[in-house]
Design a protein around this ligand. Structure first.
Ligand code: SAM
Ligand code: SF4
Length: 334
């Protein structure tokens, strides 16, 4: 492997890419999408082969970790081809990790293939263990199917981390039970604050906002939380739940600035490279690749990393509109 060439103007090495492989999804989570969501024409998406070329050029410039996300990454047709090809690089020692963030709906049929391909860890998003609430939050999801998928993933030997978005008045009273359940099942967990991404229709996001600091102090009454030195390539701050022995992460994009250690960039399913989740500046890698080939792509990547901003400025306040960043989470990738 070459030494990393991707160092931003603030001296941060960029060695982690998150790629959204589709904007489509089989769920319609209330904080993520409107129910009547209009998806991009398929012709605008990078093909599976183009996604792989982009991933490989980043790897050639030092990328060590790739996370596939969406939309729902596992509903993209032929996604397993990309996962197998990148997974082979993990097996060959050229990539430290290939991980996937998924809603779990396809896991019961795909978990074995993922494990065979070289995926070791997955994040599965589940905000509640109550069937009715799950339906309310995801609109189209089926909790039992997701739980079957989790079981299949565990059987396949995948390490699992649950992602739960804290939603005031919806699941905040249940998060303690979920921490406990994750302990029983052997899963780590991350609790995420709602972020102002994309127009989601009639839902009132301010009503949903639940500071993770409040969640944490409530959990601290029930569990012994020990600050952990554990640091992943992601933005979560971790504690160890002494009672369960599992890790618990908190992602607080609104109330805590984690930008100083940011080592990652995002690529949308249309090939736009976003140097920061919270800023609009981007580079069109699709155009660069389609017009300039791999050399053009390399040039566009290096140029874009040279303008990675210092940080973001999300604000949820009653004085501003519900939407701070116009992009939907499913396009940029969570
Ligand atoms: N469909 C996959 C899933 O749900 O895991 C991957 C994509 S989803 C956009 C990635 C993560 O973003 C999920 O954990 C989801 O809960 C989270 N997410 C989506 N919209 C969000 C928002 N507005 N604020 C905070 N987290 C959000
Ligand atoms: Fe789909 Fe994930 Fe968004 Fe839910 S959070 S609608 S599962 S992309």
């Amino acid at each position: 492997m070459t030494e990393s060439q991707l160092i931003d103007p603030f001296g941060r090495t960029v060695d982690y890419i998150r790629m959204s492989v589709t904007d489509r999804c089989d769920f319609r989570c209330v904080y993520c999408m409107a129910e009547e969501m209009t998806f991009l024409p398929k012709s605008e998406l990078l093909t599976i082969e183009e996604l792989e070329v982009v991933a490989r050029r980043f790897m050639a410039m030092g990328t060590k970790k790739i996370r596939l996300t969406g939309g729902e990454p596992l509903v993209r047709r032929n996604i397993i081809q990309l996962i197998r090809n990148l997974g082979a690089e993990v097996k060959a020692g050229n990539l430290d990790e290939l991980t996937i963030t998924t809603n779990g709906s396809q896991l019961s049929k795909m978990a074995d293939d993922l494990a065979d391909a070289g995926v070791r860890r997955i994040n599965v998003s589940i905000d509640t263990l109550d069937r009715d609430k799950f339906k309310l939050i995801t609109r189209w999801g089926d909790l039992d199917k997701v739980l079957d998928g989790l079981h299949a993933a565990k059987q396949a030997g995948l390490q699992i981390k649950l992602n739960a978005v804290a939603l005031k008045g919806v699941n905040d009273d249940e998060l303690g039970d979920m921490v406990s359940w994750c302990g029983d099942m052997g899963y780590d967990m991350t609790i995420i604050e709602v972020m102002p991404m994309g127009d989601i229709g009639n839902e009132n996001r301010i009503g949903q906002y639940m500071p993770v600091s409040v969640v944490r102090s409530r959990l601290a009454k029930r569990f012994t939380l020990i600050d952990s030195a554990h640091q992943t390539a992601g933005p979560a701050r971790y504690v160890e739940v002494q009672d369960t022995g599992r890790k618990l992460g908190f992602i607080t994009p609104m109330t805590h600035n984690f930008c100083e250690s940011c080592n990652r960039v995002r690529i949308t399913c249309t090939g736009q490279l976003y140097m920061c989740l919270g800023q609009e500046d981007n580079a069109d890698l699709s155009h660069a690749l389609r017009t300039g080939g791999e050399a053009g792509l390399d040039e566009a990547i290096i140029e874009a990393i040279g303008r990675k901003p210092k940080g973001h400025d999300f604000v949820i306040s009653r004085r501003v509109d519900n939407v701070a960043v116009g992009r939907h989470m499913n396009v940029t990738g969570g």
